[in-house]
Ligand binder design. Structure first.
Ligand code: CP
Length: 304
């Protein structure tokens, strides 16, 4: 079966097909109940998660399939020293599709070699989070009615934030998108994204340190959490954790039709007062995340 390790391995047409199917599902989810009857998802989460795991599980249940897995590897034989490859070969015998989150970058790609059922990368370390990107672009296209000609601001921890890396790579495929990268010096976008994606494709981008200097140019503001779990020391995290706080005052500088996205969880980077602003769409995003995982699994299982 086909995997989703990195969206680079999907053509833009394939991505668009998943998005279109997910939009149909979002409009009429009951129509799709039962298409995955008899199928089993294994949700293997080696790192904490609320949205990704629960939306994968809800998605499979809503398609009429069932779910097995673990959300805490210490309750599995991983705690006895079992290797990733042995765990995956075992699960391969029980399930029809796997969604796996793992702290090691590249773990799903290595794991895919040992199994013949589809595996989906549900986040690998600070690397990629392709199903979050599908969620983000389903949200953007549903609200903005396009994925091109947009000025996209990304703000916060651009170094360790895997959702940002996947999103820039994917939105760079669509014409006339521009990026504004807002971060502290220490949390700038990795060089490989700059050189292998933005510069290589000649995409217009700017870097800034202050959100209020650039927020007025954005069609989308993608806020991110400072990724505490990826820091080498706590002092650096404490110094950087509140670098950006989006509040009502900063929102007053933005366009009337700018939308605010955030993969969540948030810590302090969006004040709760922003939630009531109609441009704040992060809880709509949460729902789109379930529909897009329904669409993705239906495609990978070949039931739609
Ligand atoms: N957006 C996201 O990946 O959230 P969780 O870490 O809660 O799954």
């Amino acid at each position: 079966g086909k995997n989703l390790i990195d969206l680079d391995e999907f053509t833009t047409d394939e991505i668009d097909e998943i998005i279109q199917l997910s939009q149909k599902i979002a409009r009429n989810p009951d129509e799709y109940h039962g298409i995955a009857k008899g199928k089993i998802l294994a949700a293997l989460f080696y790192e904490p998660s609320t949205r990704t795991r629960l939306s994968f599980e809800a998605a499979m249940l809503r398609l009429g399939g069932q779910v097995i897995g673990f959300s805490n590897p210490s309750a599995s034989s991983v705690s006895k020293g079992e290797s990733l490859s042995d765990t995956l070969r075992t699960v391969n015998a029980y399930a029809d599709i796997i969604a796996m989150r793992h702290p090691k970058e590249g773990a799903p790609r290595v794991g895919a070699k040992y199994i013949d059922i589809p595996i989906i990368n549900a986040g690998d370390g600070g690397h990629q989070h392709p199903t979050q990107t599908l969620t983000d672009i389903l949200t953007i296209t549903s609200v903005k009615k396009r994925l091109s000609g947009l000025t996209i601001g990304l703000c916060g921890d651009l170094k360790f934030g895997r959702t940002v890396h996947s999103l820039i790579k994917t939105l760079s495929r669509y014409p006339e998108n521009k990026f504004i990268l807002v971060s502290p010096q220490e949390l700038k976008i990795p060089q490989y994204i700059k050189s292998q994606v933005l510069q290589k494709k000649n995409i217009e981008f700017a870097e800034a340190e202050k959100l209020e200097d650039v927020i007025q140019d954005m069609d989308i503001l993608y806020m991110t959490r400072v990724q505490r779990e990826r820091f080498f020391n706590e002092e650096d995290y404490i110094r950087l954790k509140d670098s950006y706080i989006l509040d009502k005052q900063k929102m007053s500088l933005a366009k009337d039709d700018m939308i605010v996205l955030h993969p969540l969880p948030r810590v302090n980077e969006i004040a709760y007062e922003v939630d009531e602003d109609s441009r704040a769409l992060y809880f709509d995003q949460v729902k789109y995340g379930m529909y897009v995982r329904m669409g993705l699994m239906a495609k990978l299982l070949g039931v739609k």
